[in-house]
Design a protein. Sequence first.
Length: 219
Amino acid sequence: MVVQDPHAAGLLLHDLSITVTEMFRDPDFYRAMREQVIPLLRTYSFIKIWHAGCSTGQEVYSMAILLQEEGIYDRTTIYATDFNQHALDLAREGVYAAEAARAYTMSYQRSGGSRSFADYYTSAYDHIVMDRSLKKNIVWAHHNLVTDQVFAEVQLILCRNVLIYFNKDLQARALSLFTDSLVSGGVLALGSRETLQFIDQEREFSALDVRQRIYRKKY
Ligand SMILES: C[S@@+](CC[C@H](N)C(=O)[O-])C[C@H]1O[C@@H](n2cnc3c(N)ncnc32)[C@H](O)[C@@H]1O
């Protein structure tokens, strides 16, 4: 029976969870991060960011690149969590198919990236390996948004393209975790098809960029 065999249960979970992701997914979102959120983060001496549902890590490395370019990565800790251990293991390795690099490069440029995306990885046969300097302030951890508790007190939470798979009750639970984890004035970023509208937590936030689904916790 699958449920009595942890290994089989893990494989089943891996198969069931949708882990599709990419670097600089929705480039305009990252542009908004650069222009509207980085200036807020700069005001803190130590910055803590939580990527909830980080999948295989591409969005986490995208953020690390952006923070490095903005000169604030050294004072940042990124907590990157997912309930899929296999995805987290791949994320920690930071090894991706070389054939994806071209699309990643275009998205990086469209997001406002000023360097060459190739500066951030080394090529090895048919793979690219993300640079070690990007990994140093990332803490990868298992966390289930449905059953686990508040993760840490942070200034920015990204939970993109995860809530879309939750029903209303589970969305409300995850959003209440985020509300409790954010400092006042902290920022919550959702995916392009996700919204706080019609959810109880809506009143706790004001919109920073409605189009990009970026919200700010009220003081
Ligand atoms: C479609 S991916 C989104 C990845 C990334 N955030 C992005 O936007 O590119 C959804 C991720 O949410 C994770 N996820 C789904 N349910 C979860 C839960 N209850 N707790 C934590 N992570 C979950 C999945 O394992 C998967 O990696």
